[in-house]
Design a protein around this ligand. Structure first.
Ligand code: SF4
Length: 659
């Protein structure tokens, strides 16, 4: 990284070191306010067909009861838009006043109907009044302006209806579904996403319509984070009002992967005080989304008043593009190596070979052999509990320094030293020593690190504003021209798995998306109240969350990535069942991205950078893609997974699963 350019953090947030929410204008959506001084709103979207009034109402109620404060329903055509009235009436009759949002793509007519019924409409500037052709068209300045004039003409009626009815609007840009016009000028970039929203925003402001919320979603967490930051900068630069932000990662997937990916994107922005409403989008029942959103948002309720972090005068990290911090290659850390996973087992005495499966290393006693899965950790931190057998699969052990000093094997085991031990010690491992520092110790240790080519830092912080405190320490290293690799250590002294995955994804993922960090370690808390079996469960969780965070931040691909849409009223097949089926056949294809999209209207655009796509194109019919190219149309769904595998095979990327 070590770029000469310095970036003014005020370009995108109030402060990089003190928690402070960006001040936005409040936007009224029914009885709920988004932005201003109002708490961050959690919202979600139904999956039942909008024409199914009772099904939609019942799903809305389940969502409201799980904490959803705003509900979005899809309105692809006029008939669904009209049916929103029935859904709204029934909800109000049953005593639920939660505001409703109509999700519009392509059809201004549906938007104009919906805007008279519900409290908010969401338009996608990439396809509002625009048929996307995925064509590269050369626009002259004149023809570009003609396009903008055409959009203005189609969009103005909606703006006027919203003004007359007090209806709010979200201008929701999605990476991967930008208009051909934007693509031709800006490409599929964060800048293109921002410009796409600004085209529509200018029209709204010209009409004195300001009840607007903006989003910049992507399934690529780096692109998503950069686009929101750039949006804030461009709003300020362009003299626009500070509109509230709706945060979301599209097509995040399900289970642990979906939660981690959402947290890497949403959490990273929340840390810097960006975001007024969040929607976590999972390929699961929608009532499961709001609790995850709430968990992410509640973390900031008591964040103000955290321990002070030294201000950053000159910020050497670009918030708008990914640049990896330049580091030395020390052993297998840093340089061009992927970030490493260190799994902490220091609370477990005399771990057995069989128990190593929790770290992704499986012992097969019948064969007396070891097997490693895609999530076999690289290093194990045993602290003061040395491992009593030879480690398999190239895995290495890190021990507390006094234990290492007494160890017979001082070659294959590595010491972890405190700052004090490091400053006083004369005897080190010849190749690799781990220096455990908290964020406050970094500045003082830099002079001791000059010329050292045998050190990797394990960096942690006790600050409640954890990620920014760690980021501050990285700035210290960059300013001190220090290129020692850094493993980020986080510690959550509780056993709740959801919190661990969301918090680790935020704290470590927030650094990784900015190119900071050469490894991850989630500390294991020594707690007498837990049985050994529970501690091992915790180790297993930490290990898989670590790999999940690296993957979600796009820094180390260790598993197949599924970019599946959350489903909505347009979905043409059972997404959860289909995703599970595709996953079962393909989850050994490390590093491949497969898009699983419920409909052909938005699916191809929203698959973003998937390598292969499985898209519903009619009842029981699937269209299969390689990248953005259609390979097979209208494949019967019973044959579609086999055909998908055939396409992967022909592309030379298929490998047979191990039996
Ligand atoms: S891609 Fe999925 S979520 Fe998006 S509109 Fe189609 S079915 Fe709905």
């Amino acid at each position: 990284m070590e770029t000469k350019a310095l970036f003014d953090p005020m370009n995108y947030c109030n402060s990089l070191t003190t928690y402070s929410r960006r001040k936005t204008i409040p936007v009224k959506v029914g009885d709920v306010f988004i932005g201003g001084n109002h708490p961050i709103v959690v919202q979600s979207m139904t999956t039942v067909d909008t024409m199914d009034t009772l099904g939609s109402v019942e799903q809305c109620i389940r969502m409201i009861e799980s904490g959803c404060q705003l509900i979005r329903l899809t309105a692809p055509s006029i008939k669904e838009a009209e049916n929103l009235q029935n859904i709204k009436d029934e909800l109000r009759k049953r005593g639920y006043n939660t505001p409703l949002v109509a999700d519009i793509h392509f059809t201004p007519n549906a938007a104009e109907v919906a805007a008279r019924i519900v409290e908010k409409v969401r338009i996608n500037p990439g396809n509002y009044a625009d048929k996307k052709k995925f064509e590269v068209i050369e626009y002259t300045d004149e023809s570009y302006q003609e396009e903008l004039d055409r959009i203005r003409e189609r969009f103005l009626p909606l703006v006027n209806i919203c003004k007359q009815n007090g209806t709010a609007m979200r201008i929701g840009t999605n990476h991967g579904s930008l208009s051909d016009r934007i693509m031709s000028r800006y490409g599929d970039t964060p800048l293109g996403m921002v410009e796409s929203a600004l085209e529509f925003l200018r029209i709204c402001e010209d009409e004195n319509y300001f009840d607007i919320v903006i989003s910049m979603k992507s399934s690529n967490t780096q692109v998503m984070v950069q686009a929101y930051r750039l949006l804030v900068q461009k709003l300020d630069e362009g003299g626009f009002k500070p509109y509230p932000l709706h945060l979301g990662v599209t097509e995040a997937g399900d289970g642990e992967d979906g939660r981690i990916k959402s947290a890497v994107g949403i959490g990273t922005l929340l840390e810097d005080g960006l975001g007024d409403t969040v929607r976590v989008s999972l390929t699961e029942d929608p009532e499961l989304e709001a609790p995850v959103g709430r968990e992410l948002v509640d973390r900031y309720e008591h964040r103000a008043g955290h321990h002070q972090i030294k201000e950053i005068q000159h910020y050497p990290i670009s918030p708008f593009e990914y640049n990896k911090r330049q580091t030395l290659e020390i052993y297998n850390f840093g340089g061009t190596n992927v970030p490493r996973v260190i799994t902490d087992i220091s609370s477990i005495s005399q771990i057995s070979e069989r128990e190593m499966k929790n770290l992704g290393h499986h012992y097969l006693p019948e064969l007396d052999k070891w097997k490693m899965n895609d999530q076999g950790c690289d290093y194990v931190f045993s602290g003061s509990n040395p491992i009593p057998f030879m480690l398999p699969n190239g895995m290495k052990e890190i021990q507390h320094f006094p234990i290492w000093l007494k160890s017979e094997d001082k070659i294959n085991k590595f010491p972890a030293l405190s700052a004090k031990e490091f400053k006083e010690e004369k005897h080190f491992h010849t190749g690799l020593n781990f220096l455990v520092l908290n964020d406050q110790e970094v500045e003082g240790i830099i002079p001791y690190l000059e010329e050292r080519k045998d050190v990797v830092i394990i960096l942690k912080s006790e600050n409640a504003h954890n990620m920014p405190a760690l980021r501050r320490a990285f700035v210290e290293l960059i300013e001190g021209n220090n290129q020692i690799p850094v493993v980020v250590q986080v510690n959550y002294p509780f056993a709740d798995p959801d919190k661990i995955m969301l918090y680790a994804a935020t704290d470590v993922g927030g650094l990784l998306v900015d190119g900071l960090g050469e490894g991850i370690m989630i500390a294991l808390n020594h707690d007498e109240q837990y049985e050994r079996v529970n501690i091992l469960q915790q180790v297993k969780l930490h290990n898989s969350v670590s790999f999940g965070v690296l993957q979600a931040a796009r820094t180390r691909m260790s598993k197949t990535e599924y970019i599946s849409c959350p489903s909505c009223g347009r979905t043409l097949f059972d997404l959860q069942e289909t995703t599970a089926m595709i996953r079962k056949r393909t989850d050994h294809l490390k590093g491949i991205k497969i898009g699983i999209m419920g409909c052909i209207v938005n699916g191809p655009g929203e698959m973003a950078d998937a390598d292969f796509g499985y898209v519903g194109s009619g009842k029981g019919k699937i269209t299969l893609y390689k990248g953005k190219e259609v390979i097979k149309k209208s494949v019967p769904s019973e044959r579609a997974v086999d055909e998908l595998i055939e396409i992967i095979r022909k592309d030379g990327r298929w490998i047979e699963p191990e039996v």
